[in-house]
Design a protein. Structure first.
Length: 194
């Protein structure tokens, strides 16, 4: 009795396994001369291949007559590709800082332009007669152009140094790019006239 459900399950499985090949045998056979792809698509592909071959032949003929022009075009094409493949993503940037001594906060603003969106490392430092204030390194995502803003909380001594600072130094480095692509910004701190 205990083996009966197992036998029924195996019998059902055997019936299903044999039914699949019989269904395939019942399908109408395709005529071997009938194309599997629609004839319109074949014609379009053939025309495209013929036109490509014709264009390549025309280019080769033009280069046979004017080899100097072809070499110049190749050089210009190479220069254009070099710009596209340029590993440096950061085009330009400017930085500015403002200090709020009452709240002991410093605001860093960086206006930037990139060739394409990129993850960027930002390192900021203030220098002045009372010493330097290292603001740290942060990572963010730059779009093609925009403004990066960050606020730093300062200690009492750092606030005094920040107020006496003469220049701000900001290093921008797109991640996974050569060190030569690093942008080093050094801007003088603008003082309000009283």
């Amino acid at each position: 009795m205990r083996k009966l459900p197992l036998l029924l399950a195996l019998l059902l499985l055997a019936l299903l396994a044999s039914a699949i090949p019989t269904q395939a045998a019942l399908l109408p056979e395709a005529d071997p001369l009938t194309p599997l792809v629609a004839p319109e698509a074949d014609e379009e592909e053939a025309e495209a291949e013929e036109s490509d071959a014709g264009e390549e032949a025309d280019e080769e003929e033009a280069c046979d007559f004017e080899e100097e022009d072809c070499e110049e075009e190749a050089e210009q094409g190479g220069k254009g590709k070099a710009k596209k493949d340029d590993p440096c993503l950061l085009k330009s940037a400017t930085a500015a800082v403002s200090v709020n001594p009452g709240k002991r906060r410093l605001r860093l603003v960086v206006h930037y332009r990139t060739t394409r969106p990129a993850s960027v490392s930002i390192e900021a430092l203030l220098r002045g007669v009372k010493g330097a204030v290292y603001l740290g390194t942060s990572h963010t995502r730059f779009r093609r152009s925009g403004v990066y803003r960050d606020t730093y909380e300062l200690a009492q001594k750092e606030t005094k140094r920040a107020l006496a600072a003469r220049e701000v130094s900001v290093d921008l480095q797109a991640l996974n790019t050569p060190a030569s692509c690093r942008l080093h910004l050094t801007e003088s701190v603008r003082r309000p006239k009283h």
